[in-house]
Every structure is written in structure tokens, then in C-alpha cells.
Design a protein around this ligand. Structure first.
Ligand SMILES: [Fe+2]
Length: 353
């Protein structure tokens, strides 16, 4: 569009006066005799295909307890030094892994402090601030009124279900895990980490109990964060547990954290009892051994995952863990993924429409 020109200033009855097909595209002379447009064939073809942003999907590959047998390497990972030597290629690979499998590790990250982790995350996009702060580096502290700050076991959940736009990516890096009462290091400190592919779990639910899938995708619920004095966060509207793309029917986003959930509405097309029956089935699938991917976080290994798809949890642990990490917005992550994996022309074709 020509700069300084407002489409809406044109007369309402303006129409094409002369249309000429050319080798590179179509030229249109408009009836006000003042304006001319040129549409390249590439644009016209893309527009006619309607291959726009809602169909921007990648081949999503599920993972379960044993990972993904089709993957060239498991678990997916890139190296910290590769990000330094060729940032575009390494971040391209990292973000493509996250799009495809739902998560990736970055290996060999310095762990004396959280500084290297923070810098690496900023290579994806800026770190999102919330009421808890931005980049975090913490040891358990219940004063912060969130289960993440304890050493209790945590069932698989997604974070920030109480935002209109939940965090797109989440990252964890275990900087250290010590226990002064353990002398020889033979006693397990616990604290295994858990990831569950929510898209895989939802596909199982859809196969085994389509009605339960429908209920969880149609009943819209309140979500909230109000455990901290002076803070009450709730999304702009009610959201279902499973958000489905209206056009394609594909699962788009999972919201699942029972601690942040409000009251199941009584005025929905399904009763609270029906919702609870469906939620019990979903919860039972999430706890199946076959979908739980367990692993031990170790210093040097930074985990980055898609919080709209992958649920996380952990087993209880003893001792003191120092953990750092942060959130990144979904839109900024997607922008980075596009721009490190595809040529500019193709990206514009996709997002402009
Ligand atoms: Fe969490």
C-alpha cells in the first residue's frame, strides 16, 4: 500500500475500469482515473488458495513415555555453543523442535549463575514479566504463595491459565540440587521432571471418548490467580480446557491447572456433573504411564517447552534446588520461529494473507 494513502478515502463506487493481465501479474486501472494497482501472480495465487494464518501449522509429532520413535534424535536438543556460533541456524532448529515436538533442550549451558540462561532465552525473544517478575532464579519459598515454590510433587499442568494470553513458552534450568544431610550422594534427592504432550493426551481422549472431548472443548470456565495479596488476575472471558480451531477442528491450546480453575458454570449446555465426568477421564489419561515422559533435569541442560501444548510436573524432592527460567510470549516465539526457518517472502505471504 502506498504510504500516506487512505483506502477508506476512496469513493464508495470506485470499480476496476481496466484490467490487464501481464507476465508478472495483473494491473488494474480504477474508475476514478487517479489510482492504479498491481497484483503479482504470487500474491493472487496465495490469496486464492486462502492459505493464510489459520492454516499455519507444522507436522506436529506426539511424544509419550518413550519419547518419539520417529525423531532423528531424542530428546530434541541444540547446543549452547551453536547458538553462539550460528544464532539463526541454532535458534531456527530449537524453535522448529518446539513447534514439532513441543519442547527442546539446550545443552552445555553454564550453570554457575542464571546469566547464561537468561541470555539464551533472550535469543528466542524478550522474557515476559508477570506478577512474579521476569527471569526467575529461586529456591523453594512458600511465602510466594504458589505451589511452584515448594518441594512438593506437582501433577501435570499448564502455567498461567489465568491470562487471556497464557505464556507461550516456559523454560527451566536446574542450576544446583544439594542436600547437606546426604554425605555420600547415594540417596536419591528425587525431583524427577515430568512432561505430558497435551495434544497426544487429547487425541487419546478424542478417540476413546469423543463426547468427553467435546464437553472439555465447549464448556467455558473461569480461571484466576488470586493467591497473592493485591493481585487478582483473570482472563478477558471464560475459556475451555481444550481450545479447538473453529475452522479446522484441530486442537489449538490446552489450559489445565486445577489450582487456578474457578467454578464450573451451571448455565452451560452441559451440566457440571457432565463436565466433571469428562474432566476425570482427561485427568486419568494425563496420569497414564504411557503418556508421562519422565527425566532428570541436570545443571547445564536448559528445557524450553510450549506451554500451550505441553503440561509439566515433577515428583517431590528433598534438599535445596536452585532453579531459573522464564516465560516467553507465544506471538514473539512464533515470529522468531518463522524468521529463523523461512524466507521473508514466504512469511509475509502467510501472515498478510
Ligand atoms: Fe508450573
Amino acid at each position: 500500500m502506498q504510504r500516506g494513502f487512505n483506502t477508506f478515502d476512496l469513493p464508495k463506487d470506485i470499480r476496476p475500469l481496466h484490467v490487464e493481465s501481464q507476465e508478472a501479474g495483473v494491473r488494474v486501472q480504477w474508475s476514478d482515473n487517479a489510482h492504479e494497482s498491481f497484483y503479482p501472480w504470487e500474491f493472487i495465487n496465495s490469496y486464492l488458495k486462502a492459505d493464510r494464518v489459520e492454516s499455519e501449522s507444522l507436522q506436529v509429532e506426539y511424544f509419550g513415555a518413550d519419547g518419539n520413535s520417529e525423531a532423528e534424535q531424542w530428546p530434541p536438543s541444540v547446543r549452547s555453543k551453536d547458538v553462539e556460533s550460528n544464532e539463526t541456524a541454532a535458534i531456527g532448529q530449537l524453535t522448529a523442535f518446539i513447534r514439532r515436538f513441543g519442547f527442546s533442550f539446550i545443552k552445555d549451558v553454564p550453570y554457575e549463575t542464571g546469566e547464561a540462561t537468561e541470555k539464551l532465552l533472550e535469543k528466542i525473544a524478550f522474557i515476559r514479566h508477570t506478577h512474579y517478575g521476569g527471569f526467575y532464579d529461586f529456591i523453594p519459598d512458600l511465602a510466594l504463595a504458589d505451589t511452584a515454590y515448594t518441594n512438593l510433587a506437582l501433577a501435570a499442568h499448564t502455567d498461567t491459565t489465568y491470562f487471556s494470553d497464557p505464556a507461550g513458552l516456559q523454560a527451566f534450568h536446574l542450576l544446583s540440587h544439594t542436600d547437606d544431610t546426604v554425605k555420600d550422594g547415594k540417596i536419591s534427592l528425587g525431583g524427577q521432571s515430568l512432561l505430558v504432550d497435551g495434544f497426544y493426551a487429547a487425541s487419546i481422549l478424542r478417540d476413546e471418548d469423543p463426547k468427553a472431548f467435546e464437553i472439555l472443548s465447549r464448556v467455558k470456565l473461569p480461571w484466576h490467580a488470586s493467591g497473592n495479596e493485591g493481585i487478582t488476575i483473570a482472563p478477558d472471558k471464560l475459556y475451555p480446557v481444550l481450545e479447538v480451531d473453529e475452522k479446522t477442528g484441530a486442537l489449538h491450546r490446552v489450559r489445565w491447572n486445577n489450582d487456578d480453575r474457578g467454578v464450573v458454570p451451571f448455565d452451560s449446555e452441559y451440566s457440571p456433573q457432565e463436565w466433571y465426568d469428562a474432566a476425570r477421564k482427561w485427568d486419568a489419561i494425563l496420569r497414564r504411564k504411557s503418556v508421562e515422559y519422565w527425566f532428570q533435569l541436570t545443571p547445564g541442560s536448559l528445557l524450553v517447552f510450549d506451554n500451550w501444548r505441553v503440561l509439566h510436573g515433577r515428583s517431590a524432592f528433598t534438599g535445596v534446588r536452585r532453579m531459573c527460567g522464564g516465560y516467553i510470549n507465544r506471538d514473539d516465539f512464533m515470529s522468531r520461529w518463522r524468521n529463523t526457518n523461512y524466507p521473508r517472502e514466504e512469511i509475509l505471504r502467510r501472515v498478510v494473507g
